[in-house]
Design a binder for this molecule. Structure first.
Ligand code: ARG
Length: 573
């Protein structure tokens, strides 16, 4: 289906014959023809022959008659390939007939754990959790669509010493009052008040300490209070996921507490394997390959000097559970880049312990920060972390206002619906269209703009196509219509559409969603150019039918691509 691959497959035997061994034809898009192969140059150097002669020989040997209208030697020794209109049309027809738009279900499905979102109980979700949630959800959607068994793991921070003070604060407030405060989403207020008492009041500190002991000892009354805190926060997080169109549900919560029972056996196993060393009173692993700036090996603390297990031990227990019990072979951790070292050490330790052995592998899907307009870490006016809900509400409000302004005909309900799809879509797309390894600047004007690489631009292209079909009075193109791309703009659009499977395949590996975003933007741009130059409804006969198929496939690619990113496509904007 994929043109680059088709051309590569046809050229490879010809290159092999000339070279006497396998050669990658290096096929890519070209400004001078549809595609070009660059391989003759390198091969000529290797064989010590003139590159143009090599290119000509490959051209003569390659079986391209049914696929290409022209194959030309150009420049210092490139092969320029022009795809035949007929072949292009047939390939688009095949794409149109395929509900999966040329993307096959994987032959060997894997169990993949996607660890993402992971906010902390009784703490506000901040913009860092936004990136994890949005990127992780796109990964889960994409891998699931490809046929993998995806296990979403929301590694909630729901365990540890802070719960002593949080529970005591809850007791002070009274359960009803505390529940009220937490359900309104005033998580930071609750946490800050508990913290202040902990810092100022020695008696409260002592109560908190005893509470942690009771919690870890499994005291029933304490567990009930703890559960109350967790349940309130979970409900609150679910409302945020709902607003964000994120597929995480109640059954995906896998808080740190769920590995509580596995901590001692996990650390015991490390001990049995001889991997533990005592350092400053703590039990540590020194995974091979992890060294500090001074070249000294770095410790991963699996048991603190007070006997408690912490964050690293929990991740080790969770990893062991994911490969050992769930049978996962691909483990994804969608967590900010500052935790890179932590994951390197956890993965290395797990590998040494035999819990992470091929084919199982773990990847830290890291990401940078969201910056404010001043290029510094995004902060609220008061200087604190920006509340995620506040940000999302602002996005929806701005998008709703813009929708009303652009289209005064929209009714109240529809304006709200469009505002939500566009506002939330814009936030998610701004994130997913940037290289996740880098920081990006949150810029309202840019991300809500109808021009450029933005969600509204893609949603607009989609809604324009849907309006063509509304005006045509049909739901979709005729399935049996022949596709005959002849105009340059039609051909360019057809070639872009055929690139969908290759992009999806690449992104499933790299999890660099900005490649998918850039691709969708190219499709939408190619569509605008096509729609400007090639009349659709005013065309007649086969040309009209053919163009309707191109419109239809464009809409479906945009819809499917945006759906993989977790972004809605309203029928009208
Ligand atoms: N709760 C952590 C935080 O807010 C993120 C947890 C990430 N996942 C993990 N398996 N360590 O920073």
């Amino acid at each position: 289906m994929d043109l680059e691959k088709l051309l590569t497959d046809r050229l490879a035997p010809a290159f092999a014959a000339v070279a006497g061994g396998p050669v990658d034809p290096v096929v890519r898009r070209s400004q001078h023809a549809d595609f070009q192969s660059d391989a003759p140059l390198a091969l000529a150097r290797r064989l010590g022959r003139p590159p143009r002669a090599i290119a000509a020989e490959v051209r003569d040997r390659a079986e391209l008659a049914d696929l290409c209208a022209a194959v030309e030697v150009s420049g210092p020794g490139f092969l320029n390939l022009t795809v035949a209109d007929r072949a292009l049309g047939d390939l688009v027809s095949a794409l149109a007939a395929d509900p999966r738009l040329g993307v096959p279900v994987v032959a060997g499905p894997e169990t993949v754990v996607v660890d993402y979102s992971a906010p902390n109980v009784a703490k506000e979700m901040h913009v860092g959790h936004l990136r994890s949630t949005v990127i992780g959800d796109a990964a889960a959607r994409l891998l699931e669509w490809l046929g993998h068994r995806v296990r979403r793991a929301n590694h909630l921070g729901d365990w540890g010493t802070p719960f002593g003070m949080l529970i005591e604060h809850l007791v002070d407030l009274g359960e009803a009052e505390a529940a009220q405060e937490l359900s309104m989403g005033d998580l930071d207020g609750f946490y800050t008040a508990a913290r202040a008492k902990f810092d100022d009041d020695a008696a409260f500190r002592e109560r908190s300490r005893l509470r942690v002991v009771a919690l870890q000892g499994g005291d029933a009354a304490t567990l009930r209070l703890w559960q109350l805190l967790v349940a309130q926060s979970e409900s609150y997080f679910l409302t945020v996921y709902d607003l964000l169109d994120v597929t995480l549900s109640r059954t995906d919560f896998r808080g740190e507490s769920s590995y509580h029972e596995l901590l001692a056996p996990t650390v015991g196993e490390l001990d049995r394997l001889g991997l533990l060393r005592r350092s400053d009173g703590a039990e540590c692993v020194f995974p091979s390959g992890s060294v500090g700036r001074d070249g000294e090996p770095l410790p991963l603390i699996v048991r603190k000097s007070d006997g408690g297990y912490g964050y690293p031990a929990t991740d080790l227990a969770a990893l062991r559970h994911r490969t050992g019990t769930l049978g996962a072979t691909r483990l994804l951790y969608v967590v900010g880049l500052p935790q890179r070292r932590h994951f390197e050490m956890v993965f290395a330790t797990a590998a040494q312990a035999g819990w992470l052995a091929p084919p199982a592998r773990a990847e830290h899907v890291g990401f940078g920060s969201i910056l404010g307009p001043d290029g510094r870490m995004l902060r609220s006016r008061a200087g604190g972390a920006v509340k995620l809900v506040g940000l999302l509400t602002e996005a929806v409000e701005r998008a709703t206002a813009l929708a009303r302004e652009r289209n005064p005909e929209l009714g109240e309900a529809e304006a709200a619906e469009v505002g939500r799809a566009v506002g939330i879509g814009a936030v998610k797309y701004a994130d997913l269209s940037s290289d996740r390894h880098k920081d990006y600047v949150l810029d309202w004007e840019r991300m809500l703009s109808l021009d450029g690489n933005t969600a509204p631009y893609l949603q607009y292209a989609y809604s324009r196509i849907r309006s063509i079909f509304r005006r045509a009075g049909v739901a979709a193109a005729r399935p049996d219509a022949a596709v005959e791309p002849v105009e340059p703009a039609e051909r360019a659009l057809a070639i872009e559409l055929l690139g969908f499977p290759a992009v999806v395949d690449e992104v499933a590996g790299s999890l660099e969603f900005h490649h998918l975003a850039a691709y969708l933007h190219r499709v939408a741009s190619a569509f605008s150019a096509f729609y400007e130059r090639c009349p659709v409804l005013r065309a007649e006969g086969p040309a009209r039918e053919s163009r309707l198929v191109l419109c239809d496939v464009t809409a479906r690619v945009l819809h499917q691509g945006l759906d993989l990113l977790g972004i809605r496509t309203p029928e009208r904007l």
